[in-house]
Design a protein around this ligand. Structure first.
Ligand SMILES: Nc1ncnc2c1ncn2[C@@H]1O[C@H](COP(=O)(O)OP(=O)(O)OP(=O)(O)O)[C@@H](O)[C@H]1O
Length: 267
């Protein structure tokens, strides 16, 4: 099967509030696929549905041909072992060393002997350029380095699927570029599939094979970064060219400013 993850006719609502409706997405094996969209458009919700943390009201999410069903906790546990996740603000354990942070999922999910854990952790830290920082505490490293440790931890179990929620948020431009390249390199070295949720057009377009644009719970455009750069779609143009005006409203919907300031009454 060419797709590692398939989403079909997916509907999700929080109570009466529809977040995703009729979603159809493919995540081909070996590829880096980006999911972009305005704040609150439902990007993180998609990752949580794939990870089985929440359940949809309709439709399916399948990973490696198997439906994700949070009610089947035994199957979900097995499926989650194939997934690595780097969550928004995914913090390191501050009281553990860099080494122990990366060792954590290996100790939690495997019964590997200590010398093998040591070699695996050092290999992952080497891949992100931090083998020599293994004994430091998170408080002794920079924000960019901490993000790389979190990357090493997310791939500790050699996942088939790696999900990143805002991996570039809060990083300086150099660390952002380093992190983006690592996302691509780790994906290719592990032969995995990556899903990257991000607002950062520049870094994301540099590393993604395919980009989905989400707005109000629906896919409004998708294609390669090149296709998206030259797209005429007003939503994509607004996003890619960071225009303040366009179909994505700046203001949370509700009463107008004139109404709030009672300007109508004074006329
Ligand atoms: N537990 C919850 N209960 C109710 N509503 C929620 C809950 N979690 C998220 N939402 C709402 O669901 C919508 C989609 O949230 P989601 O986190 O998926 O958006 P997002 O696209 O990832 O946004 P951002 O880029 O700002 O992180 C938002 O409007 C949010 O307020």
């Amino acid at each position: 099967m060419p797709n590692l993850v398939e989403i079909r006719d997916l509907h999700f609502a929080y109570g009466p509030r529809t977040i995703l409706s009729g979603l159809h997405m493919d995540f081909p094996r070996g590829k880096v696929v980006a999911v972009m969209g305005g704040s609150g458009s439902g990007k993180t919700t998609i990752l949580r549905l794939i990870g089985g943390q929440i359940s949809q009201q309709r439709g399916t999410v399948a990973v490696a041909g198997e439906a994700i069903d949070p009610r089947n906790s035994k199957a979900l546990y097995q499926q989650r072992r194939k997934m690595g996740m780097l969550f928004q603000h995914g913090a390191l354990f501050t009281d553990l060393s860099v080494f122990e942070n990366v060792a954590f999922p290996l100790r939690e999910h495997t019964r590997l002997p200590e010398d093998m854990i040591r070699d695996l952790v050092l290999m992952k830290l080497h891949a992100v350029g931090l083998r020599n920082a293994a004994q430091l505490k998170p408080s002794e490293i920079s924000g960019g380095m901490a993000r790389r440790v979190a990357l090493a931890r997310a791939v500790a179990l050699d996942p088939q699927l790696i999900m990143y929620d805002e991996p570039f948020a809060g990083l300086d431009p150099i660390s952002m570029g380093v992190t983006a390249n690592l996302v691509r390199r780790l994906n290719d070295a592990l032969g995995s599939t990556s899903i990257v949720v991000s607002h950062d057009v520049h870094e994301t377009f540099n590393i993604a094979d395919h980009v989905y644009f989400l707005s109000q719970g629906k896919i409004v455009a998708h294609g390669t970064p090149e296709q998206m750069r030259s797209s005429d779609d007003p939503y994509v143009r607004q996003f890619v060219h960071a225009q303040a005006d366009g179909p994505v409203p700046f203001h949370y919907p509700g009463r107008s400013l004139a109404e709030d300031l009672q300007l109508g009454d004074r006329r």
